[in-house]
Design a protein around this ligand. Structure first.
Ligand SMILES: Cc1cc2nc3c(=O)[nH]c(=O)nc-3n(C[C@H](O)[C@H](O)[C@H](O)COP(=O)(O)OP(=O)(O)OC[C@H]3O[C@@H](n4cnc5c(N)ncnc54)[C@H](O)[C@@H]3O)c2cc1C
Ligand code: SF4
Length: 325
């Protein structure tokens, strides 16, 4: 590991000043950052420990759920307000990593974890995300775990976060703070597809801190659920996952949200495709039409095309409540 300066921040202002230093990185649970520092992929000159900040709250404020950036994945997963108002969020978190990691991992850190692309994590391979302009070893390499949606000629790394997929389905907002002030971004606008600049993964600035996540309390979000398919039953990232929320009047869909994970370079959702479900019964035909629209932009390799079939099956299973298709 490269040497670095360690700053233990006592308050938010300390953090906001410290992270203006070029080459600084925030340390929350450390389960992602420290791992990458040991591999030499992350080489911060300053590490700013934010664990003393009062950002671990999970509360209902008016018509929104508020989750502090330092709330642990474990605490959020089993919180009664999450189970009541946004069950997909708890289910997504419980499906991730291991019990020990979830105890240390935070909500802010989960949203900003880096890709698990093997080539990104191994410094002797070309990787445009780690070293801009060096090439992408995955495109002609081993890519069965890589993305089929939102890819570019520069990068096909899949987005790893389960939480982000659930938050996309429930229309969450990410709150940010910097010395310039505070702002709120819809999660759907938070992540950047790789395009020509795979190293740019989100719209967050280097001098910004995630302070909290806000989830609107709605009837739709209360119906949400999360299904994750993966190579083994636990301690594994998604091959394909889906977060759904459906409101019906009788048999007829009146509102729908469907986000998928494990397939995109960013958590993936298409509101135009969702409109195909509105006013319909959830039949094999209507779900197929939705899936066709959702996956129309997909670009798969021979090794990762299976993900599309997996995701279609997961969508059918969640929307039809386990019914055969
Ligand atoms: C073996 C293993 C398996 C895993 N499996 C899964 C899985 O199946 N699904 C899944 O979703 N995740 C999985 N994870 C990822 C895990 O959930 C993340 O490592 C964790 O959530 C990161 O949180 P952290 O608090 O430890 O972040 P850190 O490692 O402390 O930080 C991660 C990044 O976020 C930045 N950061 C942290 N907090 C803030 C903040 N408040 N504001 C701004 N920047 C911030 C840091 O600077 C760093 O760049 C796995 C991890 C491991 C090690
Ligand atoms: S897919 Fe992206 S992260 Fe992986 S090697 Fe290619 S550029 Fe790097």
């Amino acid at each position: 590991m490269e040497p670095f300066e360690f700053v233990r921040a006592a308050g938010i202002q300390d953090v906001l000043v410290a992270i203006r230093r070029p080459g600084s990185r925030i340390l929350a649970g450390g389960t992602s950052l420290v791992d990458l520092m040991k591999l030499g992929v992350e080489t911060p000159s300053t590490v700013v420990d934010i664990n003393a900040l009062p950002l671990s709250m999970i509360s209902v404020e008016g018509d929104a759920l508020t989750i502090g950036a330092l709330a642990s994945n474990s605490d959020v997963a089993v919180h009664p307000a999450i189970e009541q108002h946004a069950p997909a969020v708890g289910q997504a978190l419980l499906s991730g990593a291991s019990g020990q990691i979830r105890n240390a991992a935070t909500v802010g850190g989960n949203l900003l974890q880096r890709t698990r692309c093997t080539y990104f994590r191994a410094r002797d391979w070309p990787c445009n995300k780690r070293e801009p302009g060096s090439g992408c070893a995955a495109i002609d390499g081993i890519n069965m775990g890589h993305a089929v949606l939102g890819t570019s000629r520069s990068c096909i790394a899949v987005h790893p976060s389960d939480l982000a997929v659930a938050l996309l389905a429930v229309d969450a907002y990410v709150h940010l703070a910097s010395v310039a002030g505070e702002r709120r971004i819809a999660i759907g606008e938070f992540y950047c597809q790789p395009g020509d600049i795979p190293s740019r993964e989100t719209v967050i600035g280097p001098d910004e801190l995630i302070t909290k996540v806000e989830i609107p309390i709605t009837n739709l979000n209360a119906t949400s659920s999360y299904l994750k398919l993966r190579g083994r039953a636990s301690y594994e990232f998604a091959s394909a996952s889906v977060a759904t929320a459906i409101l019906r009047d009788g048999d007829i869909v009146i509102d729908a949200a469907v986000a998928v994970g494990g397939l995109g370079t960013v958590p993936w959702r298409n509101r135009t495709a969702e409109k195909l479900l509105i006013g319909k019964q959830l039949t094999q035909e209507s779900i197929l039409a939705f899936c066709d629209a959702l996956f129309a932009p997909a670009s798969a390799t021979p090794s990762n095309a299976y993900k599309l079939a997996l995701a279609r099956g997961a969508i059918h299973r969640t929307l039809r409540g386990g019914a055969e298709w």
